[in-house]
Design a protein around this ligand. Sequence first.
Ligand code: NAD
Ligand code: TDX
Length: 336
Amino acid sequence: MKNILVTGGAGFIGSNYINYILNERDDYFIVNLDKLTYAGNLENLKSSQANKNYHFIKGDIANSDLVNFIFEKFNIKYVVNFAAESHVDRSISGSEIFYRTNVIGTNILLETARKFEVEKFLQISTDEVYGSLGKEGLFSENTPLSPNSPYASSKAAADMMALAFHHTFGMPVVVTRCSNNYGPFQFPEKLIPLMILNSLNNKKLPIYGDGLNVRDWIYVIDHNKAINLVLEKGNAGEVYNIGASNEMKNIEIVKLILKYLNKPENLIQYVKDRPGHDRRYAIDSTKIKNELGWMPEFSFEKAIEKTIDWYLQNKNWWERIINGEYQKYYETQYKF
Ligand code: NAD
Ligand code: TDX
């Protein structure tokens, strides 16, 4: 049995990861440590909660006593650290919690994992640590880090720390840097679910700046499969980029969503740009393909429709979110 601590497993990518792994494998015992911030939702894990190989603990990765207790009690040998504050706009309105969770929290996990001599520590990172690209080029694992937002800088700090723990202590750390994910259970503050729900509710679709910023989109299950490959086969001390070579301008995505839902383009509203808005992200994932044999399986055309259909079929899930605390954030962020 592989005893794995998954942190942030009630969020978007972490919950998809847990549901996927428990469905595919019976040799993994997963302890999910999640603080249940606004972004954590146990409803995402309904299909896993009764699984005998799953255990949930509500708590903070920055709580050293709790983390120590978990490693000891569950004989943790693997860590997948998803837990983070993950939204760039929120990091612009208040950065402290980003450093507390993403940097201090990761430090506590690393120190505890070192003490308990884990076999693999996987730090889930992001392509945002590389900064912004011009019209040409791709981020490779050797691209110098140049994070531009408080969020990205906190993730870059955590990456460097994780790699330093490998260099200094020989810890079996690996880092993955993935591009923008989409799929079921994504919190509607992020571009794709926000635009789907606003379209469904006939609300304005706020596009930052000129709408020509480019993101490189990957379906969450393709990301999860790559993560598991790196967890099992990735070489200690290495970084692996993950992306599906699917660059899109924001405005193209928004128009595609409107078309699929048969809604008018006059719902689009250009709004003030995000401060420090990165222009373009694009990932070169040659390394994980060549060294670990990973390939994305979902085409954007099919997976975006699957995602929109999921939001259409899971109204209860998102209605509970947009009726609650999130409403206050939305009103402050967009003022309409
Ligand atoms: P999310 O915001 O949906 O989920 C984050 C989860 O972490 C939530 O369940 C939250 O409750 C939990 N959490 C937050 N602070 C915590 C703490 N102190 N202790 C324990 N749990 C805590 O985020 P996501 O989109 O699922 O992203 C997961 C990871 O993947 C993050 O590390 C993020 O940086 C990285 N990432 C995300 C994307 C993307 O497109 N969403 C792309 C690349 C990398
Ligand atoms: O209302 C909006 N209007 C808009 O034009 C929002 C929320 C976003 N945007 C733009 C900003 C970006 O160019 O859409 C693009 C995508 O924005 P987000 O969904 O906020 O994602 P991004 O900032 O690219 O960061 C995401 O990908 C990398 C995740 O949130 C991070 O956690 C991940 O590391």
